[in-house]
Design a protein around this ligand. Sequence first.
Ligand code: BJW
Ligand code: ZN
Length: 239
Amino acid sequence: MDNSPGTLRTILEAARIVAFTGAGISAESGIPTFRGPNGLWRSFSPEKLASPEAFADDPRLVWEWYDWRRQIIHKAQPNPGHRALAEMEGRAVGRFTLVTQNVDGLHDRAGSRNIVKLHGDIWQVRCTACAVQEQNDQVPMDPLPPRCRCGALLRPAVVWFGEALPADAWGRALEAAAQAQVFLVIGTSATVYPAAGLVQVARKSGARVAVVNPDPTPADQLAEWVLRGAAGDILPRLL
Ligand code: BJW
Ligand code: ZN
């Protein structure tokens, strides 16, 4: 099998493409990833903060983490990696799906349109008691933790450990993975399930898998192309 980057480039011109992204694609925009040298916030691991138990224990602490991240994201700009994926979609309208684990909204800001958000949106808040879910762009958040009109606590509308992914997003992602001819795994440690399982779904359904990451990941074993480096360098060169 010819697994040169040139072949991948040729295939991208015609195939049904899924790009599956994680925190690494936003690293070059200055947004910390979850796991890795800059992944810790005040020595808490994401597993300790991104959970319903942590929020029940100390909603203010969890909100402080989200408020800190919202401030960073608010100042950040999409980078060449985000923009390359938007451009790829522009050249492949109707055959391109972007499935992201990110909650930062940078793909939207870069111009991507067909986006499936598996883990929610950091700019949406949801009431812990009533049905309210709404956009909230306040930076910094005040008061902290924020409250709903009904008096109950608001929470970020994101998916925490132990919570189900939004059913519609998960359904769309599974379908796109099963139909993909090329599946690009970009900037994710591919360790958090069920999202990481999409790589297996795509592979089993016959997709050719390419990984873009400076470091090894479990997805490398399923990949025909492992492109070592930063997404902001490699993705523009694939166009
Ligand atoms: C670059 C780069 C550059 C750097 N360019 N690359 C086994 C044991 C225990 C638990 C489980 C288990 N199997 C499954 C589970 C459950 C759990 C899980 O997967 N745990 C594992 C950690 C083991 N999963 C869940 O709980 C999920 N829900 C679930 O299973 O529900 C079951 C259920 C069903 C029905 C009803 C009820 C329940 C939910 C998972 C939710 C994850 N949520 C988070 C937080 C989202 C909100 C927020 O942002 O705060 O999602 S956690 C965090 O991890 C976030 C991310 O989306 C996700 C993945 O991280 P990602 O994006 O891969 O980032 P990193 O930091 O890990 O990797 C960055 C990569 O970038 C690295 O590889 C770098 O090398 C690379 N990189 N610079 C390109 N320039
Ligand atoms: Zn409410």
